[in-house]
Each structure stands twice: as structure tokens, then as C-alpha cells.
Ligand binder design. Structure first.
Ligand SMILES: [Zn+2]
Length: 65
């Protein structure tokens, strides 16, 4: 039986699959839930929920909102 070896490439693949690490800055994503209230056609307000993955690439953008 061949032993399971975890190479760096394997680990990288795992990260890509889970999407938990940004391939650009190699930082772990922080998942942020953003709730926006938007006017609905009926005149009431509805809430849009956005799940955003934040890393160094977009944190300035996201937290500026
Ligand atoms: Zn990034």
C-alpha cells in the first residue's frame, strides 16, 4: 500500500477546491455577510444578503462600502 503523501501541490489543490485561500495574495479569505436594504417595487424594503469573501485584494473596497 502506498503511503499518502501530502505534497505542497496537493495542499494547494485542496485550498482551491474549498476556496478558502485567495490564489492571488495567498491570504485566507474572511467571509463577510453584507446586508443591504433595497427598495422593493411594492414600496416596502427588502434585504439583499451578500456573502463576500474578503482578502487583501479587496478588503479596502469591501470595508469602504
Ligand atoms: Zn487576494
Amino acid at each position: 500500500m502506498p503511503k499518502k503523501q501530502k505534497s505542497f501541490a496537493d495542499k494547494l489543490k485542496k485550498f482551491e477546491r474549498s476556496g478558502s485561500v485567495c490564489p492571488v495574495c495567498e491570504q485566507e479569505f474572511v467571509v463577510v455577510k453584507q446586508v443591504k436594504s433595497v427598495p422593493a417595487e411594492s414600496g416596502a424594503w427588502k434585504f439583499n444578503q451578500n456573502i463576500i469573501k474578503v482578502c487583501k485584494c479587496n478588503e479596502a473596497e469591501v470595508y469602504a462600502l
